[in-house]
Design a protein around this ligand. Structure first.
Ligand SMILES: Cc1cc2nc3c(=O)[nH]c(=O)nc-3n(C[C@H](O)[C@H](O)[C@H](O)COP(=O)(O)OP(=O)(O)OC[C@H]3O[C@@H](n4cnc5c(N)ncnc54)[C@H](O)[C@@H]3O)c2cc1C
Ligand SMILES: *[C@@H]1O[C@H](CO)[C@@H](O)[C@H](O)[C@H]1NC(C)=O
Ligand SMILES: *[C@@H]1O[C@H](CO)[C@@H](O)[C@H](O)[C@H]1NC(C)=O
Ligand SMILES: *[C@@H]1O[C@H](CO)[C@@H](O)[C@H](O)[C@H]1NC(C)=O
Ligand SMILES: *[C@@H]1O[C@H](CO)[C@@H](O)[C@H](O)[C@H]1NC(C)=O
Ligand SMILES: *[C@@H]1O[C@H](CO)[C@@H](O)[C@H](O)[C@H]1NC(C)=O
Ligand SMILES: *[C@@H]1O[C@H](CO)[C@@H](O)[C@H](O)[C@H]1NC(C)=O
Ligand SMILES: *[C@@H]1O[C@H](CO)[C@@H](O)[C@H](O)[C@H]1NC(C)=O
Ligand SMILES: CC(=O)N[C@H]1CO[C@H](CO)[C@@H](O)[C@@H]1O
Length: 549
């Protein structure tokens, strides 16, 4: 076998491992190999095109439909991506029971890993048989990076080890740290931290993983304006490389790999086994939410109000707040402004100008705020609005300077987009959280006042409509933001998977350096994810096979 084959092996190829080879691999990982059964199998009268394999069950299908949009329905699955659009629509719970249920772009097999050794064996097996390898943690990824046709998946979900290191010290940091296993979700890690009077930088959605794609891609969330991005907290990574070695990557050990893993995106440089992160003493904090309705008869005033609000953002994020706002044709909502270390009256004061302006403009709004004594209580007090990732996405980072140089253009673009898609602005200040170039997080994140994320819903019954939604993002909606921010950027975890300029936009000038490190540690591109570093060398064909371009 060639050491750098042109294509990955797929089912049906002579080289695809025989059942006996899968079986002995299974034994080598103590029976942790799972053959994929798509979770919507109970909704179909055939499975893999065979009637005698069918798991059809009307009641199970009804139950699945009732819970389909919850993350917790997909988290225990070894294969179901939360972004349905990346399944190839091959086993759709909302279609007729006579429609087929096949594997589509789901992995063929998954190692349900519980140790670094399980991961190491999966890496060795995938290399030996030239099989596409994917890494799955929660399956939340919006760009489909945690699934892949004809692949072997390494699934880290059950790697839940977590450990307090009360007195961590290196050249840059001395204080409490927590070593977080690859499978922990944000809420699990923060619940552990809280039991020790600490808190960790994590995301908005409680079930997003913390050590996987989130931190490796940057990671924003309620604490970032105070402490920097999630990745700015990382002291070291334990990682299984493509050479099947377990390495520790830190500023002192394999610093190039540390730099690349710290911001260069998940699924690319190795399989992270754990990360050790700074832990901060928990703090009181406050939350505010606001809703202003667009009644349709005063839309100019409505957007004028939004324009004024945007000018208030620097003050808020500089005081440590993290502000998420959502614009739709019907309403403008802040959900939430999260202010660690600020009391309710301090947050109220910051919102006073916005409330006055909306009032002067004749737009009624509702405003609520409260405080809690600890970060965890504040975080847990928020409504759990987070469902699966089944929206086609686009994203753009908006530099702080644009608020001065072109405020009207910005509001016009928001108005154009929000009148036809759901649009979210995630506002923060991570400008001075690390020394420049300390890690590979997109440098544009440092000048960002908010990242815009826009989404078009997946249609489960009209696949073409879903595809058109993604195309509208690429060709109509994002260009308005690109014109405003020439040579600008996007946050790689919240971006358009079809962006033609992804190398520049997602990596902000770091792409070539990241790719050199990729070549050093993974010269055969064992780790592939669309839009990941090195993925420009590969393309997935219509048959699902991954080949070099
Ligand atoms: C509802 C929702 C809310 C979100 N909120 C936020 C937010 O507040 N802030 C934010 O920054 N982002 C947010 N995101 C985006 C989030 O950062 C990405 O979806 C991220 O990819 C999730 O990482 P994961 O490991 O949980 O998911 P997965 O889909 O399992 O993995 C994502 C990527 O990381 C790779 N990966 C996973 N584990 C490992 C590992 N151990 N080693 C190497 N690679 C690995 C996968 O191969 C894949 O490429 C949100 C997403 C959703 C769906
Ligand atoms: C792997 O082995 C376990 C335990 O023997 C078994 O339950 C499981 O079905 C096997 N997996 C595959 C893919 O055969
Ligand atoms: C199931 O049906 C397929 C044809 O669709 C046949 O090849 C196979 O032998 C059947 N298996 C069993 C266990 O009956
Ligand atoms: C989340 O999913 C549930 C159950 O499918 C649904 O009732 C709810 O409306 C969804 N929430 C959002 C915000 O989409
Ligand atoms: C993906 O879907 C297309 C259209 O239905 C089909 O032709 C193709 O075979 C599918 N590929 C895989 C790998 O399922
Ligand atoms: C994966 O392993 C865990 C134990 O670590 C087990 O509880 C779970 O049921 C397994 N999941 C699957 C799908 O095999
Ligand atoms: C705007 O529309 C709302 C609801 O339709 C109505 O209550 C309100 O009086 C209208 N305001 C003006 C200024 O026309
Ligand atoms: C970052 O720090 C510099 C130097 O102290 C300061 O001038 C600048 O305003 C800070 N940037 C932000 C966005 O806070
Ligand atoms: C579900 C599915 O298609 N699984 C395939 C995985 O690979 C084996 C061969 O090892 C095929 O027989 C299965 O059909």
């Amino acid at each position: 076998m060639s050491s750098s084959p042109q294509c990955r092996t797929i089912v049906g190829d002579a080289d695809w491992p025989h059942p006996a080879q899968w079986s002995s691999f299974n034994q080598s990982v103590d029976g942790k190999l799972v053959a994929t059964v798509p979770i919507a199998a109970p909704c179909h009268r055939t499975l893999f095109n065979q009637a005698n394999l069918s798991l059809y069950d009307e009641q199970q299908c009804a139950d699945l439909r009732n819970t389909w949009f919850f993350s917790k329905t997909h988290l225990p699955s070894s294969s179901s991506p939360m972004a349905y659009q990346f399944t190839n629509n091959s086993c759709n719970p909302w279609l007729d029971a006579d429609s087929p249920c096949t594997l589509g772009y789901l992995p063929n097999y998954t190692v349900n890993a519980t140790s670094a050794e399980d991961i190491r064996k999966a890496v060795v097996f995938a290399k030996e048989y030239n099989i596409r390898l994917v890494i799955r943690n929660t399956g939340h990824d919006y760009l489909g990076k945690s699934t892949g046709a004809f692949s072997l998946a390494v699934w880290t979900h059950y790697m839940k080890n977590i450990e307090l290191l009360p007195h961590y010290a290196n050249d840059q940091y001395s204080g409490a740290a927590i070593k977080v296993g690859a499978g922990l979700e944000g809420i699990e890690a923060n619940t552990f931290a809280d039991a020790h009077g600490l808190m960790l930088v994590g995301g908005n959605c409680p079930s997003v993983g913390i050590a996987g794609g989130y931190s490796q891609g940057g990671g924003h969330g309620p604490l970032v304006s105070k402490f920097g991005l999630a990745v700015d907290q990382v002291l070291e990574w334990e990682v299984i490389t493509a050479q099947a070695e377990l390495l520790t990557a830190s500023p002192a050990s394999h610093p190039d790999l540390y730099w690349a893993l710290s911001g260069g995106g998940g699924g690319t440089f190795g399989v992270v086994v754990s990360m050790t992160v700074k832990a901060h003493p928990t703090t009181y904090g406050s939350v505010a939410t606001l809703t202003a309705a667009n009644t349709g008869n005063n839309t100019d005033a409505f957007y004028e109000g939004i324009g004024h609000f945007l000018q208030e953002l620097p003050k808020m994020v500089d005081a440590g707040a993290f502000v998420v706002w959502i614009a739709t044709p019907e309403a403008f909502t802040i959900l939430p402004a999260f202010a660690p270390g600020l009391h309710q009256d301090q947050l109220d004061d910051m919102f006073q100008p916005t409330r006055e302006i909306f009032s002067t403009l004749g737009i009624s709004l509702t405003y609520q705020s409260y405080e809690q004594p600890t970060f965890l209580e504040l975080y847990n007090s928020l409504p759990d609005i987070w469902n699966v990732s089944d929206a086609s996405l686009g994203g753009r980072l908006i530099p702080r300077s644009l608020l001065q140089t072109n405020p009207d253009g910005l509001v016009d673009a928001i108005r154009f987009i929000a009148s036809q898609a759901t649009m979210t602005g995630v506002s923060y200040n991570v400008a001075n959280a690390t020394a420049p170039d300390f890690n590979s997080a997109n440098p544009h994140l440092r000048d960002t006042i908010f990242g815009i994320v826009l989404g078009e819903p997946v249609s489960y019954t009209d696949w073409e409509k879903t595809e058109e939604g993604q195309q509208r993002i690429t060709n109509v909606l994002l260009p308005t933001l690109q014109e405003l921010t020439p040579n600008g950027a996007a946050y790689l975890n919240e971006a358009d998977v079809n962006s033609p300029l992804w190398r520049e936009e997602f990596y902000g000038g770091n792409y070539e350096r990241l790719d050199k490190i990729k070549n050093k540690y993974d010269p055969d591109d064992l780790f592939y994810a669309k839009t990941g570093v090195g993925s420009h060398r590969w393309e997935q064909g219509d048959d699902g096979r991954l080949c070099r371009t």
